[in-house]
Design a protein around this ligand. Structure first.
Ligand SMILES: *Cc1c(COP(=O)(O)O)cnc(C)c1O
Length: 257
């Protein structure tokens, strides 16, 4: 009984979030109409059954921010047998000593939180040893600390051009697909007359600078920004990847872990 009720809620939550994403996409400026808005369902602290439920509804991208939790879910038998095309996004702070454990996780699709050149080099080196197909590069994003808060991870915006160039030139086993930010919590973009979220604008600026530096089209580099409270706002500004947890799965209870 309880499980059925849970099922309904998660599927319903997913449908509501998808509808909101769709509506936000339709309101975009004409020049952003061709940008996709991919939903990463952030399943941290939530059980495998909820992930399977979302998968049944067609969801493929899921995000986790602890290596231990992701590596456990990655080899969970139910998920392995029922979610064969699942794409895991790692979205947490990655320590050097957890790199191998992360890279060995089945169906790891993208690491969105690469925050230093040293970490990129380590991923590059170790992915070469772990990957099974020789042409399969690991997709990564550079996490940028757009808010400059000391407790937040991420590369300094001023270093992103050099960082991105390094990954492209020196890390042949990695594929740089975009830039990611978390940003300051609680920015009130809904307030009447409030300017766009400065963290989102900061990430857009970083992308422009990096793409100009590399001589590539801006749309070739994705933006990962927007969470439950502000994914519509992020989509409005051009986010191609929104990471939504509690709006789909309900609030997280960390005491349950
Ligand atoms: C937890 C988390 C999210 C999702 O947050 P919600 O507010 O629950 O949508 C998104 N991004 C990162 C990096 C997270 O750690």
């Amino acid at each position: 009984m309880l499980k059925t009720m849970m099922d309904v809620d998660v599927k319903q939550g997913l449908r509501i979030v998808r509808n909101r994403i769709e509506a936000a996409c339709q309101k975009r400026k004409p020049e952003l109409q061709n940008v996709k808005a991919n939903l990463v369902a952030v399943s941290k602290t939530k059980p495998a059954e909820m992930i399977v439920d979302c998968y049944d509804e067609g969801q493929r991208d899921f995000g986790e921010n602890y290596v231990k939790e992701l590596s456990e879910k990655g080899i969970n038998e139910e998920i392995l047998s029922k979610c064969k095309e699942i794409r895991w996004h790692f979205i947490g702070h990655l320590q050097n000593n957890k790199v191998n454990k992360l890279l060995k996780t089945p169906n790891l699709y993208m690491i969105e939180t690469v925050d230093s050149v040293e970490l990129a080099d380590l991923l590059n080196k170790n992915w070469q040893k772990i990957r099974t197909e020789s042409d399969h590069r690991m997709k990564i994003m550079i996490q940028v600390n757009t808010s400059g808060e000391q407790e937040k991870s991420g590369a300094d915006p001023g270093t992103v051009n050099g960082f991105g160039t390094h990954v492209i030139e020196k890390c042949p086993n990695l594929e740089l697909v975009g830039l990611m930010t978390i940003g300051r919590f609680g920015y009130n973009w809904r307030d009447e007359g409030a300017p766009p979220n400065p963290d989102f604008l900061g990430l857009i600026e970083c992308r422009a600078a990096l793409c100009d530096h590399l001589g590539i089209d801006h749309v070739a580099m994705e933006l990962s920004m927007g969470m439950s409270d502000d994914f519509e706002h992020a989509i409005d500004l051009g986010s191609g990847n929104v990471r939504v947890g509690s709006s789909i799965f309900g609030h997280r209870n960390y005491n349950d872990k």
